[in-house]
Structures are given as structure tokens and as C-alpha cells.
Design a protein around this ligand. Structure first.
Ligand SMILES: C[S@@+](CC[C@H](N)C(=O)[O-])C[C@H]1O[C@@H](n2cnc3c(N)ncnc32)[C@H](O)[C@@H]1O
Length: 241
């Protein structure tokens, strides 16, 4: 069976092993405070493997809506929820659609889009803001990672994940980014080694859509979202009017 590029079908296998612990600490630092203050509900849009969802559930006492369209990522999300305390699991609703198809209206006073906006092409992104606005109550807060402002000039190595040991094997991922077709092409090359010998290699490519901060500000305004904190690389915060 063929694998769709950018569907997470390859990456889902390695995600928890290579990224979960760092991602969890980062999510607690970035979203814990806002989640503790939520009084109506929390929207985790593009919930992925559910690491952020679990942090939001632990920090808040309100319903959490986890929106995740990718079946591969959703299976990690549901496995994580299966191992979550029953009282917390009772507070989460999993929406197996893109946000634009989830039909959520005024369900949350906090929306979190962790590493999601860059994954959206410009047409989808414009729709996305509108649906975030509809899902938030008036005065609700949106926290998101801004997309890169522009594609890089040349392909470059941007990081290594691992090694993480599983029995006799070591797991790694090498990350490269380069210019795509108006996009930032992001390549994950996974490798499993035993006694210094490569046992397996897997590969998945994602296209990220860059957008200048001024364009994002314009799009947010059209959706009734008012930026209250800007950052080029860290979280951006916006409030629904
Ligand atoms: C890079 S992952 C980030 C996952 C998670 N938020 C995290 O920080 O670990 C981006 C996620 O956004 C999801 N996604 C992409 N388009 C979406 C959309 N239109 N609505 C909701 N989720 C979307 C993808 O399926 C993917 O799981």
C-alpha cells in the first residue's frame, strides 16, 4: 500500500520514541499557564500524537476538544488517551477531521495550535483562522507557532533526534530543510542501527508554507482575531474580538 507524503504514516512510528519527552516539557512550559486559566473549554487543533492534549487535560478542569485529521497521528492520540486517567479522558472529545470540517462553535476560551499553522497551505490557512474564531468564545485566546517568514536559500541539516536506545538498537532522525515550490521542504530521515550497522532507513517529507508576519496579522484581523503578542520564532497570542 502506498504512503501519502506528509500524512505522518512514516513518522508516527518514530514520533513518541524520538520526540515525546522533550515535547511534553515544552508543552507544559508553553501552554500550562493558559490552560490552568481556561474556564469554558480548550481547543487543541492539530492534536497530533496527543502530547499537548495530555498537558492541556492535566492543567485544565474544562472540556478539551482535540482535532486531528491524520489517521496515523490519531492512533497515537487515542493510545495516549487509553493510558490517561479515566476522569481526564471523560473530558476530551476527539474530532477526526480538519478543523474546517469539525463544526465547532464557541466551545473554548483557549485554542492551541502547536506546530500546525506552517503545515497549512495559504488557502487552508485563511479558512483555518475563521474556524478558530468561530470555535472561540468572545475574548478567547489563541496561541500558535508562527510559520517561517520565508523559505531557506539552500538545503541544510537542521538537527538530529536521538539516539534513543531500544534493547540492542539505536533510533535516530536527521532533519533537513530546503527550498521547495514556494515552501520549506522538511525531510525526516529515520535510521535504526544495531552494533553500528544500519538495520532500517525510512523517510518522510513535509511541505511547510512560509508567510510574512504582516500577512498573518492581516489574515487574523479578517477572522476577528487581534494579535496581543508577536514573536518570530516562539508563540504568537491573539484574542478573539
Ligand atoms: C506537526 S504536527 C503537530 C502535532 C502537535 N500539535 C504537536 O505539537 O506535537 C501538525 C498536525 O496538524 C494536523 N493538521 C493538519 N492540517 C490540519 C487542519 N486543517 N485541521 C486540524 N489539524 C490539522 C496534522 O494532521 C498534524 O497532526
Amino acid at each position: 500500500m502506498g504512503r501519502e507524503p506528509g500524512s505522518y504514516e512514516v513518522s508516527a512510528e518514530f514520533y513518541d520514541l524520538l520526540q515525546a519527552e522533550d515535547d511534553r516539557r515544552r508543552a507544559e512550559r508553553r501552554f500550562g499557564h493558559a490552560a490552568r486559566r481556561a474556564t469554558r473549554g480548550v481547543l487543541d487543533v492539530g492534536a497530533g500524537s496527543g502530547i499537548v492534549t495530555q498537558v492541556l487535560l492535566a492543567a485544565s478542569a474544562v472540556p478539551v476538544h482535540a482535532v486531528e485529521p491524520s489517521p496515523a497521528m490519531r492512533s497515537l492520540l487515542l493510545s495516549r488517551l487509553a493510558a490517561t486517567r479515566a476522569d481526564r479522558r471523560a473530558r476530551v472529545t476527539v474530532h477526526p477531521h480538519p478543523l474546517q470540517e469539525a463544526g465547532l462553535e464557541q466551545v473554548a476560551d483557549l485554542a492551541v495550535a502547536s506546530n500546525v499553522v506552517a503545515c497549512l497551505d495559504p488557502t487552508t490557512r485563511r479558512e483555518f483562522w475563521k474556524h478558530v474564531g468561530t470555535a472561540l468564545t468572545p475574548g478567547g485566546l489563541l496561541l500558535f507557532d508562527p510559520p517561517p517568514a520565508a523559505p531557506p536559500a539552500a538545503r541544510e541539516h537542521v538537527g538530529t533526534l536521538g539516539p534513543v536506545r531500544v534493547g540492542p538498537d539505536h533510533y535516530y532522525a536527521e532533519l533537513h530543510q530546503g527550498p521547495g515550490d514556494g515552501t520549506v521542504r522538511t525531510e525526516f530521515a529515520y535510521r535504526v542501527e544495531r552494533e553500528g550497522r544500519v538495520l532500517r532507513r525510512e523517510h518522510e517529507t513535509f511541505e511547510l508554507w512560509p508567510a510574512a508576519p504582516a500577512l498573518i496579522a492581516e489574515e487574523l484581523a479578517l477572522a476577528g482575531l487581534r494579535p496581543i503578542r508577536w514573536s518570530r520564532s516562539d508563540l504568537v497570542a491573539a484574542r478573539r474580538d
